[in-house]
Design a protein around this ligand. Structure first.
Ligand SMILES: [Zn+2]
Length: 349
């Protein structure tokens, strides 16, 4: 039964965006560490912080670009030492995800941030996996883990990280590429992504956040990714847009992140409407919600508030794209899409 979008007033959108089932595909779990939890874990683990209070730390979250954020983000992660720390971090995110009616989440994690501090990769993965298991059992949230390689480090270090993670292969759905994009093109990681594909792992990569369209093309051609994280600079290349649209290559867009890191001046300047207008499979995500001013629902509500040209159809399409782009079996994806259809059909009744 087709949804009669014309019968859904735009005024119904905030409630619909809050309550509809949704997937989140671009969330760095270390980026969900709220300042309060950073201070709690610092105290629990005897880790000294460079900030005297939660308020002072929060006030430091004024970023000028990706690197200025990453410097603080890695410092924040320094409080994570034990399995319980990784569990507590992920569980706090899942409680917020449940409040946002997220039914599926694919979490990025950056093991090298922790192994560089002497934390065993097994400690990281076991803690996060335990939280994913409990989220499924107690919150009904389907969750999977994506191991990200830090692109400011070498491919050899990425290869060593992948090998170290193999004993936990069953807990990881895929690999990704994050950290400083400028000066670290996808081609730098050709071999480790080939190894990941050979292992049957899904592949995604940050590209076109600060890097040029050529980085998106490199991620597609050389890393053979199945999703592009961010990808908002694709619009600088009409040929690339056409290629992305024709292949329905998902873009995991993060509106509040793009404004906080000065990719766009304001949400009203964001190119999400143009991405959708071009027929791209764009999704909305929170990226690093503790640092960028909000989780998934806040991203959705703020984006629709700032961009009046986005209406009910676009809201449905963004949420549907999130399920279409998720790494789950077709029957699970179709069940969520049916629930989404039901939510919008009920609003049209
Ligand atoms: Zn990201």
């Amino acid at each position: 039964m087709p949804i009669d979008f014309a019968r859904i007033p735009r005024a119904a959108l905030p409630a619909l965006l809050r309550t509809a089932p949704k997937a989140e595909l671009h969330i760095h779990i270390e980026g969900s560490l709220e300042p309060e939890l950073i201070f709690q874990l610092a105290q629990r683990n005897g880790v000294a912080l460079a900030y005297p209070s939660v308020q002072a730390l929060r006030e430091a979250y004024a970023f000028t670009d990706l690197q200025s954020f990453l410097d603080i983000y890695y410092a924040g992660a320094s409080v994570l030492l034990h399995e319980l720390d990784f569990f507590d971090m992920a569980w706090a995110y899942f409680e917020r995800a449940a409040a946002d009616n997220i039914v599926h989440a694919e979490l990025f994690f950056d093991p090298q941030t922790h192994t560089a501090r002497g934390v065993d990769i097994g400690t990281v993965i076991r803690g996060l996996h335990h939280a994913c298991q409990r989220a499924h059992q107690e919150l009904g949230i389907s969750a999977s883990l994506i191991l990200c390689f830090l692109r400011h480090l070498s491919q050899d270090e990425a290869l060593a990280t992948l090998e170290a993670a193999l004993p936990y292969r069953q807990h990881i759905v895929g690999v990704g590429l994050d950290s400083s994009e400028r000066g670290h093109p996808p081609e730098k990681f050709t071999e480790v992504f080939a190894r990941a594909r050979a292992l049957g792992l899904r592949c995604v990569a940050h590209a076109g956040e600060e890097g040029p369209p050529a980085y998106i093309e490199g991620a597609l051609d050389v890393l053979q990714v199945q999703r592009i994280d961010h990808g908002v600079r694709c619009l600088e290349s009409p040929a690339l847009v056409q290629r992305l649209a024709a292949s329905r290559m998902p873009l995991t867009v993060c509106p509040l992140s793009n404004v906080k890191l000065c990719v766009f001046k304001t949400l009203a300047d964001h190119n999400l409407p143009a991405l959708l207008q071009a027929g791209l499979c764009a999704t909305v995500n929170s990226d690093d919600p503790a640092y960028f001013g909000g989780y998934l629902n806040t991203n959705l509500l703020a984006t629709f508030e700032a961009l009046p040209q986005l209406g009910v159809r676009e809201a449905y399409q963004l949420l549907r794209n999130g399920f279409e782009a998720s790494f789950v079996p077709a029957e699970q994806r179709d069940g969520w899409i049916a629930a989404l259809d039901q939510a919008f059909s009920a609003a049209a009744a």
